[in-house]
Design a protein around this ligand. Structure first.
Ligand code: GLV
Length: 382
């Protein structure tokens, strides 16, 4: 096997090893995918100031997120259907994150359940919440996350309705996949995936199946979301959710300074500047473009994090330079998982950490806490 040196190598391997419908599910944005592409291309366009003859010995990436020590300010973002990228995927990714020393966030729409993941890790992880019409179920999900010892609740605010991703409709995305001739033919070319999937019984939405009554076929994500997610979600819901949860709360999906002020007023501990990886409002600006105005507006009152488009350590430090206190990666670790299971997630984290460390050094710094806009070329050459 060729040597893996960057996230792109993991993506290429994942594309080869994961059935098309699940690879495409991760590697897509809504409609024209312009926001999806801009998330990465706007990051790449940000240039650094190269500094020389600076002592670069004894560097550290150690930081904190929500007061928890982290090996680097990078958390694994919640990603639906992670357990379809590789059998038991959420457990594998959570383990890799725990060993590396970064937070793992379990999606409501995961395959492995909250309880299942908790049984396979030794440190607390974060739980991401979607708000369904059935508030009783939402309340029970919050209680389950609490009982499992989750150390933060990440409430997603940008997915009351689902953006259309053409590939999912064309592929007939469902979990478990329907055994059509085309799907069987495609899966037959993915022996690693089949092997892991045959060895696990976790093939449905583990947090949901068996925990709600009166819901029949929920295999189609788009149909189920349309029927169950609550289009009426409001800031009043944030208040009762915060109350019921009683722990650290992170609000995900903030792209606007006015909404950021509401997030601060809600008493949340952190907010995530995010356009859902370009999967919701196609035509929204990239996360990195939205970040500075939000940091300006509320950066003194709340921890501002960012996700969207991060495929390298350089991207992480770009977000930090523009004021993010932390970042999250989704596809970057999902590609690792699809490519090589737990080892692939570890590889993705190692790649990003190494790139982050060296980039920081080339910019003349030794401590990640010192990163600010001064490392950017435009700060000196505007
Ligand atoms: C969320 O679950 C998504 O598909 O983006």
């Amino acid at each position: 096997m060729a040597v893996v040196t960057c996230i792109e190598d993991l993506r290429v391997l994942a594309q080869r090893r994961v059935p098309r419908m699940f690879y495409d599910y991760a590697d897509s944005g809504s409609w024209s995918e312009s926001t999806y592409r801009a998330n990465s291309s706007d990051l790449e366009a940000i240039e650094f100031r190269q500094r020389v003859a600076v002592d670069m010995d004894q560097r550290t990436l150690r930081s904190t997120m929500l007061g928890e020590p982290v090996a680097m300010p990078v958390a694994l973002a919640p990603v639906g259907l992670t357990g379809m990228q590789r059998g038991d995927g959420e457990i594998l990714a959570a383990r890799a994150a725990e060993k590396f020393g970064v937070p793992f966030t379990l999606s409501t729409m995961s395959i492995c359940s909250i309880e299942d993941v908790a049984a396979h890790v030794s440190k607390p992880f974060w739980f991401q919440l979607y708000v369904m019409r059935d508030r009783g179920f939402v309340g029970r999900l919050i209680d389950r996350a609490k009982a499992a010892g989750c150390s933060a609740l990440v409430l997603t605010l940008d997915l009351q309705i689902l953006g259309q991703r053409h590939k999912d409709l064309k592929n007939g995305l469902s979990t478990p996949p329907k055994l059509t001739l085309a799907n069987i033919a495609n899966m037959a070319t993915k022996p690693r995936w089949c092997w892991a999937m045959l060895r696990t019984r976790r093939r449905e939405f583990g947090n949901i199946v068996g925990h709600v009554t009166g819901i029949d076929d929920m295999s189609s994500l788009s149909e189920w979301t349309a029927r169950q997610f609550d289009p009426k979600l409001s800031w009043d819901d944030v208040a009762w959710i915060k109350d019921r949860w009683g722990g650290k709360l992170v609000l995900k999906g903030i792209m606007d300074a006015e909404d950021a002020h509401r997030a601060v007023a809600s008493g949340a501990d952190a907010l995530i500047v995010s356009n859902h990886g370009g999967r919701q409002l196609d035509g929204a600006p990239s996360s990195i473009r939205a970040l500075p105005a939000i940091v300006d507006a509320v950066g003194r009152d709340i921890d501002v994090w960012m996700d969207g488009g991060i495929r390298s350590g350089q991207d992480v430090i770009r977000a930090l330079a523009l004021g993010a206190k932390g970042t999250l990666i989704g596809r970057a670790f999902v590609y690792g998982l699809g490519a090589m299971g737990e080892a692939g997630v570890t590889k993705a984290l190692e790649i990003i950490a190494k790139e982050l460390d060296l980039t920081m050094a080339f910019c003349g710094l030794r401590d990640i806490a010192d990163v600010d806009a001064n490392i950017l070329w435009r700060a000196q050459n505007a």
